[in-house]
Design a protein around this ligand. Structure first.
Ligand SMILES: Cc1ncc(COP(=O)(O)O)c(C=O)c1O
Length: 446
């Protein structure tokens, strides 16, 4: 019998019922890391230890934990109206929120479709892209282009355009047909230890021309990329790369989708990475920081021309056969509005720009430590890549993650890369503490 299929011993009966997502369940349940409370920059574990949050929960708690304004807005909304449908009905704060978001969006992306997560935002954007072409009489444009190492959530659409091997290989041929991928842009040989955006690699965008030549532009609906990939271990766009993608998409009438589920809402020093890189896509997918992680919610920002293309036919016919029961859920809208108020009041959508230089220096101070083979940063994002152990990829990264947690700092491990994305309210002393702890742990872990 395959040893891997042996049922695990019940390690902890109280913990076994919850099948945890993206988690080594057996390892966790044998040595649980339980978070019980959170305030500001810190979690408190169930056994009362303070843990400095170096990843904004999961790249979402941009304004820090336990924000009273959000709690109050959510409580009030629950008391006023806990739910209202948005299919053929509406409620005021959904429109208010869409208007607020349109104001911080890049120019033209002022039509907002609400979802409940990043995965749903991605699948929504892909469907809008395909249906948009059909609405314009180009229904043969159904092909989607993603990128290696891309992460676009776990729906069948997002998984198919995504490029992370483990997220795909278990699901065999159950991928969308007609998907192709660009090469990723991670290159140690040319770009290791680049500070900020790497200079080498813009030409990789020209691969899109190759894929257009292969498939013909008339079959391609959209290209989807994360301006900065987070989940694959922080992969940055080479200088000029995103602009080049935009040019090629324009030339061939292909829609460009930026997946800004992690880069949206201030992470890179502007509201969106589209603005930081001065490249305007046709659709932007978001979630996470939209509500500071307090209530699940996502949003797709669409160019007005896309929305307008759907607004045809009889006025009482539904234009887009897509939506979720909880699209624009009133409680999520309340959380999002309170979050946007905090971002505006505290200047959080641009604060990462002022912190990015000290953050960059701090992260790059780890260069030269044992096993460190690359360091990458942009805005308030940082990554330290460690050399994998021979034949045991990911184990060194996991050990570093665990030890950091034991020492009171939460970072994120993906493979042998340690990623950091602290709440945007972080203070310089806390940056120091994250980096000191990570450095000490890297020195110790064999
Ligand atoms: C770029 C990107 N897209 C999509 C997702 C999926 O979001 P969710 O987990 O909310 O479905 C993530 C999550 O980390 C992400 O980083």
């Amino acid at each position: 019998m395959n040893a891997r299929l042996t049922p695990a011993a019940a390690t902890n009966p109280e913990l076994d019922a919850f099948w945890m997502p993206f988690t080594a369940n057996r390892q966790f349940k044998a040595n649980p890391r339980l978070l019980a409370r959170a305030k500001g920059m810190y979690y408190t574990t169930a056994d009362g230890r303070e843990v400095l949050d170096g990843v904004a929960g999961l790249w979402c708690v941009n304004a820090g934990h336990g924000r009273r304004e959000i709690t109050e807005a959510v409580t009030q909304q629950l008391e006023t109206m806990e739910f209202a449908p948005t299919f053929q009905m509406g409620h005021p704060i959904a429109f208010e929120l869409a208007n607020r978001l349109a104001k911080i969006a890049p120019p033209g992306l002022d039509r907002i479709f609400f979802t409940n997560s990043g995965s749903e935002s991605v699948d929504t954007a892909l469907k809008i892209a395909i249906a948009y072409h059909r609405a314009r009489g180009a229904g043969q444009r159904t092909r989607l282009i993603g990128r290696e190492k891309g992460y676009h959530g776990v729906g069948f659409g997002g998984m198919s355009v995504g490029g992370m091997v483990n997220n795909r290989k278990f699901f065999g041929s159950s991928m969308l047909p007609g998907v192709d991928h660009l090469s990723h842009t991670l290159d140690h040989e040319h770009n290791a230890f680049s500070r900020g955006i790497p200079q080498w690699g813009m030409h990789l965008a020209n691969e899109l021309e190759r894929l257009v030549a292969l498939h013909d532009a008339s079959t391609i609906a959209a290209v989807i990329v994360e301006p900065i990939s987070g989940s694959a271990g922080v992969v940055l766009p080479p200088a000029g790369y995103l602009k080049r993608l935009r040019e090629i998409c324009d030339k061939h009438d292909i829609l460009l989708i930026f997946d800004e589920v992690i880069t949206g809402f201030g992470r890179v020093g502007k509201p969106f990475a589209a603005q930081a890189f001065d490249v305007t896509p046709d659709l932007i997918t978001t979630a996470k920081g939209l509500t500071n992680g307090a209530i699940p919610m996502g949003a797709v920002f669409s160019q007005r021309k896309i929305y307008d293309a759907f607004m045809q036919g009889p006025e009482n016919s539904i234009e887009l056969f897509h939506g979720y029961t909880y699209s624009a859920h009133p409680v999520a809208c309340a959380a999002a509005l309170a979050t946007q108020d905090i971002y505006a009041k505290e200047g959080l959508l641009t604060r990462a720009a002022t912190l990015s230089a000290p953050w960059e220096n701090a992260v790059h101070s780890l260069r030269g430590l044992p096993h460190v083979i690359d360091i990458r940063n942009y805005g308030l994002i940082g990554a330290v890549e460690l050399e994998p152990r021979q034949g045991k990829p990911g184990t060194r990264g996991f050990d570093v993650f665990l030890k950091c947690f034991e020492r009171g700092v939460m970072v994120r491990q993906t493979g042998d890369t340690i990623a950091m994305s602290p709440p945007l309210v972080i203070e310089p002393k806390q940056i120091e503490r994250i980096i000191e702890t990570l450095g000490a742990v890297i020195r110790e872990v064999e």
